[in-house]
Design a protein around this ligand. Structure first.
Ligand code: SF4
Length: 207
């Protein structure tokens, strides 16, 4: 049976990866979920391996258990990145609602390539309104490689940081911060905001 996006939202989400205790993907120490799949095609995207919608579906309740198990070292909240989170908005809204039953003060930050105007407009991805209603912070807009930003949490100058829910009192990470985590299997995870030189070096290593 071929599942469409609505069926997928009812089951779970395509996941590219996750990390706990991250200090560069939002204020404080956070659990980060990177979703798999993005149709926006920004030139020189830092995460091209997340574009194809080809990951297995992870049930949202399984992912919620994973987030809660790491609550102590990710006490500042949850960051949703990608890939494009709003292309799986139905499943992510369900994840946030489920998590807040056990963690009512959970702060949620989303990095999206869509602008807030697109997400509120008539051509918004399905579930965008509902996901916008449950998140606290949004960094929006396509990545424009030719217009790099040195502001915290924004990779290019067109991108904006919106407070849509509860304000955050922890400081934002410093601009251009990069984090390297080594997983239990030895896999190396690089995230954050590398400058152009580091992006090029990482691109060479990935080949
Ligand atoms: S929206 Fe994000 S993941 Fe998608 S192409 Fe642009 S930078 Fe890459």
């Amino acid at each position: 049976m071929l599942l469409d996006r609505d069926d997928l939202g009812a089951l779970g989400l395509r996941l590219a990866g996750s990390a706990s205790g991250s200090r560069v993907n939002g204020p404080g120490s956070r659990f980060v979920v990177w979703v798999q799949g993005c149709t926006l095609g920004c030139k020189a995207c830092f995460n091209p391996q997340t574009h194809a919608p080809n990951a297995d579906v992870t049930p949202t309740d399984e992912l919620a258990r994973r987030v809660l198990a790491h609550r102590a070292e990710s006490s500042s909240g949850l960051t949703l990145s990608g890939g494009e989170p709003f292309e799986q908005a139905v499943a992510l809204e369900r994840l946030v609602v489920d998590l807040r039953r056990d963690w009512p003060t959970l702060n949620v930050l989303v990095f999206s390539g869509y602008t807030l105007e697109e997400l509120r407009g008539p051509r918004a991805p399905r579930g965008a309104t509902e996901l916008l209603a449950v998140i606290d912070l949004l960094v929006d807009g396509r990545y424009v490689a030719a217009d790099a930003s040195a502001r915290p949490l924004r990779a290019s100058r067109n991108q904006r940081l919106w407070v849509l829910g509860r304000p955050v009192h922890e400081p934002l990470p410093a601009p251009l911060e990069v984090e390297v985590q080594i997983g239990p299997s030895g896999a190396i995870l690089v995230s954050g905001f590398p400058d152009a030189r580091l992006r090029r070096a990482l691109g060479e290593l990935a080949r």
